[in-house]
Write a protein that binds this ligand. Structure first.
Ligand code: ADP
Ligand code: MG
Length: 350
């Protein structure tokens, strides 16, 4: 039925709803022991024995959460899964299943949805989660994707946002700020292209930050790593809106304060050089950028020796009493109250 990739535009109407679902889901395979029944009946059936179940949902809307002019559909499918799995990992749980629901206008041919599902399938394989269901419907305009992720965890390992205690250390995985700057570069290239379509962008010097934006990865590895190090985080959250707002969430819910040290915030060299190029402050980007999908967590002081030399972790601050407030301690050693601004706030400042 489908030949000449890129040329062919098979209309969705020609397949019908059930033909479309069958076609898109044909290659998805279930491998999780907890999946009893996947796609094909009125509902999926799961069996988690004695484990606790964690569930999280995200809704992505074209024009609000993604722009298809620089986001290839395959990447979008991959990212839609990854951002949900990140929430499951932030509970210190193992992701096991997802459901994927789409609303799509007739502007999209079947070939576009095939690309989307290639990305979804790739993420499902990389993160070892089963796609066990979803829903497919039409929209008058644009594309909507909703993913629900399901995970399992032993009750004693569940990590909430509200467990941080005074004197705990504040730790972040990987580095931050890259995804936001990747978006800035892509937006700039888009506007250059609109003025001069013959202009071939040279993006070699931005590969890391563009990848952080277009193909983010969730920290599936951290739960196991912490377990192997015999460290149980006291609180945890994933970084979707920016370091600043996630720190505020942890502190508010745990009823504590915090000192964050500017010089400890982990930045990739490409983040630093691109900030210089765009003439923006790298700390600002790290605090308000968002979409890094790293994990932010707190550990007890006595666990310091277990994590201090680990390249996956940066200790960026410590928890204080609530009445001391939430502060950034700058390189110049002044204390500035943190503000909970997400990356939208940052766009407004420009
Ligand atoms: P119902 O009419 O009961 O909602 P559907 O015909 O919509 O059932 O779905 C049939 C099966 O296909 C179900 O198992 C459903 O979960 C699955 N499914 C439907 N749409 C999608 C999708 N976009 N991605 C994955 N699975 C889907
Ligand atoms: Mg349905």
């Amino acid at each position: 039925m489908l030949k000449d990739k890129g040329e062919q535009r098979t209309s969705l109407a020609s397949l019908g709803e059930f033909g479309l679902i069958d076609h898109l889901t044909a290659n998805l395979k279930c491998t999780q022991p907890s999946t009893v029944k996947g796609i094909g009946d009125d509902a999926a059936v799961l069996d988690f024995k004695s484990k606790k179940i964690v569930v999280s949902t995200d809704l992505l809307v074209e024009g609000v959460h993604f722009d298809l002019s620089y986001m290839p559909l395959k990447h979008l499918g991959y990212k839609a899964i990854v951002v949900n799995l990140s929430d499951i990992y932030a509970m210190n749980a193992t992701a096991t299943q997802v459901t994927v629901s789409i609303a799509v206008s007739n502007r999209f041919p079947l070939e576009a949805l095939e690309e989307l599902y290639k990305g979804i399938q790739m993420a499902a394989e990389v993160y070892k989660v089963d796609v066990v269901g979803g829903d497919t419907t039409s929209s008058t305009k644009g594309l909507l994707i909703s993913v629900t992720a399901i995970g399992e965890v032993e009750e004693e390992n569940i990590t909430y946002r509200n467990g941080a205690k005074e004197n705990d250390l504040l730790v972040v995985t990987g580095d931050v700020g890259g995804a936001f700057l990747g978006l800035k570069v892509l937006q700039r290239e888009k506007s250059v292209f609109e003025v001069n379509p013959n202009n071939q962008p040279d993006l070699d010097m931005y590969t890391y930050i563009i990848e952080r934006q277009l193909k983010p990865e969730a920290r599936k590895d951290i739960s196991k790593l912490l377990h192997d190090l015999d460290v149980k985080p006291t609180s945890m959250i994933d970084i979707s809106d920016g370091l600043s707002s996630e720190i505020m969430h942890l502190c508010k819910q745990s009823k504590v304060g915090c000192n964050l040290y500017e010089d400890k915030i982990p930045l990739d060299p490409q983040v630093i050089s691109t900030c210089e190029e765009f003439n923006i402050d790298s700390t600002m980007v790290a605090l308000s950028g968002g979409e890094d999908y790293e994990l932010l967590f707190t550990v007890r002081q006595e666990d310091f020796p277990k994590i201090k030399a680990n390249p996956n972790f940066s200790i960026i601050g410590h928890i204080t009493e609530a009445r001391e407030g939430i502060h950034l301690v700058t390189r110049a050693n002044t204390k500035i109250p943190l503000k909970a601004q997400g990356w939208n706030a940052m766009d407004e400042q420009e």
